[in-house]
Design a protein around this ligand. Sequence first.
Ligand SMILES: Cc1ncc(COP(=O)(O)O)c(C=O)c1O
Length: 374
Amino acid sequence: MKLFDVYPLFDVNIVKGKGCHVWDDKGQEYLDLYGGHAVISIGHAHPHYVEAISRQVATLGFYSNSVINKLQQEVADRMGALCGYDDYQLFLINSGAEANENALKLASFHNGRTRVVSFSKAFHGRTSLAVEVTDNPKIIAPINDNGHVVYLPLNDVEAMKAELAKGDVCAVIIEGIQGVGGIQLPTTEFMKAIREECDKHDTVFIVDEIQSGYGRSGRFFAHQYHGVRPDMITMAKGIGNGFPMGGVLISPKFKPVYGQLGTTFGGNHLACAAAIAVLDVMKEENLIDNAAKVGAHLLEELKKFKAIKEVRGCGLMIGMEFEEPVKELRTKLLFEQKVFTGVSGTNVIRLLPSLCLSMEEADDFLNRLRHVLK
Ligand SMILES: Cc1ncc(COP(=O)(O)O)c(C=O)c1O
């Protein structure tokens, strides 16, 4: 049977990882500044993580959400303490799209409305509502194109105010930092204005922290730089360090109703063991502070490169925008310099390494980049 061929692949077979390095099947080592698309939070094959998952799968890998699973409460307690949202409620699912899907659904149950405000260049996933709030017509199938969404320019306070003033907007959904859109940052003024207008018009404020959250920005969530508290926060990627998991943090003003949301796999024992191990390591190794420190160093140094048109980002979520398409540069970085990086559109290279990236590894990357830009 053939695989359904939707991914343009690099001709590399990665078989092993350790920290911020991966190896291919020929034994070639690579520096991983991509983290498997912002997924690897605590580093590849961290011994505590390996031990926790191995122990759990040997004990109980899965049982359904029809019985008590104390590991879910442990995830909630530890996450609440680390992220500063101890008073919120946690709903666990399996992916980022599912997190946004459930957040939007809950918002609509809450205020009975169906219209959503999203922003230009937004990416929120590929399932029905998640893709409808994504600003990319190429991936919205006719069946998903249901007219629920208005896309407004990012950071345009007046446009957002005018739309919410219509009084029928169910939710505003915005990324903590736009990832797929090329590392675009919302301003503090904008985030505060969304909070105010949502309060005024009973609209639900959802921040998608699937890529920008879980310590990547140098704070647990990127929106915490702006001093706002959304009604819901969606997470995935780094939460399980590669184990598929997603979550929605839900403000106390939403009251749970039996059966309104649900999932077979979400919050299963093995996923929870992975998530607990990730939180242990993040705390133990101060990875959020490390992301802030190493990220600031990278940003400062990258801004000195004359060949880069603009450097944007926060912590270890960095975009380098070039005048010309970056396809060749990224290919050279991978095959000549043995560095994995990400991409946004045609002209932006994205850096999304594990939060354990050391200063030495950051400098090593800068040297390798210098080689291809000279
Ligand atoms: C901001 C954001 N939201 C949602 C998603 C979708 O997550 P998933 O691929 O786990 O469904 C992504 C994935 O890249 C993302 O970057």
